[in-house]
Design a protein around this ligand. Sequence first.
Ligand code: 1DF
Ligand code: MN
Length: 347
Amino acid sequence: MSPSKPYLRIATEEAFAPPEMIRIYQKILAGSDVDPGFKGLMGFYISSPSERAQHIMRCLQDLDQIRLAHMDEAGIDHQVLALTAPGVQIMDKATAVSFARVANDFLADAVRRHPTRFTGMISLPVQDPQEAAKEIERGVTRLGMHSVVINSHTHGEYLSDPKFWDIFAAAEQHGTPIYLHPNSLPRNMLEPFQECGLDGAIYGFGVETGLHALRIITAGVFDRFPKLQMIIGHMGEALPFWSYRLDYMHQATVRSKRYDSIKPIHKKPSDYLRENFYITNSGVAWEPAIKFTQSIVGVDRVLYAMDYPYQYAAEEVQLLDRMDMSAEDKKKFFQTNAQKVFGISAL
Ligand code: 1DF
Ligand code: MN
């Protein structure tokens, strides 16, 4: 590598959508009793004539020339790709099981075409935890993938429910970290966010995904699966900033025996953040927040992400290049942490 290029830039929360998935989404959107959060999110992107929506739809469906040109333009050497939210989790169970395989095969093909540019995350039919566990195995052994993406809740259900824990068992067994990515808000949470236009990436996504990660922690998932690793974007969905209060109030709540649903766990909530989570800066090209998060979870656990194509901003890359941070830590942030977490071999 030349001295002018002291690290490669690996972006770790980058979205794609096979055209066939858009057709499935169109069918769901044309049905009755459509999930209102899904309608507000994917209904918008698929049908809006706005320049932003049309551009995003085009970029999502391209895993060749358009995307590679944008990566070159912004200086992104490598993308870690995830089926865009909500992925297969909005589908009925049978469609989710069959289409997850199609989407993972589609992604594996793109990685085979551009092995030095793309790495894939395995999509899961969370609706069927046993099939999801099998898909992790297939993704690892047949498709050469080493990480998993789950788009937060599935029809309003959370992974804190032990009925989903076969997924955690498989992820721990195969050493595949799970990227807990946002989804549109579930029905029972949507209204107070949507009526003021704050349900999406501006705020609602972070609130709901942060809640989900916290539910996983307080349910004792990491006591049961201590080697399990998760990844959360958007600067940890603000959880690092909450750490002190979470730790204090968690022990106070447990001791007061106020809720049956919040039982003692082995460690403090922030200990799990430090030991079981990686955090990406997707959507947050902001030096103080990145450094604060590094100070909470350590420089080995904070990674770069762009959130292409939803936040394609080449100038943010330059901004982050100029962060006042040691060369060693900056290389961890942009490159080597991602290589380790996502099992990236070809660069
Ligand atoms: C948006 C943002 C959409 C993110 C996404 O997937 C997404 C958005 C549908 O702005 O509507 O992944 N994001 O992660 O911030
Ligand atoms: Mn995203």
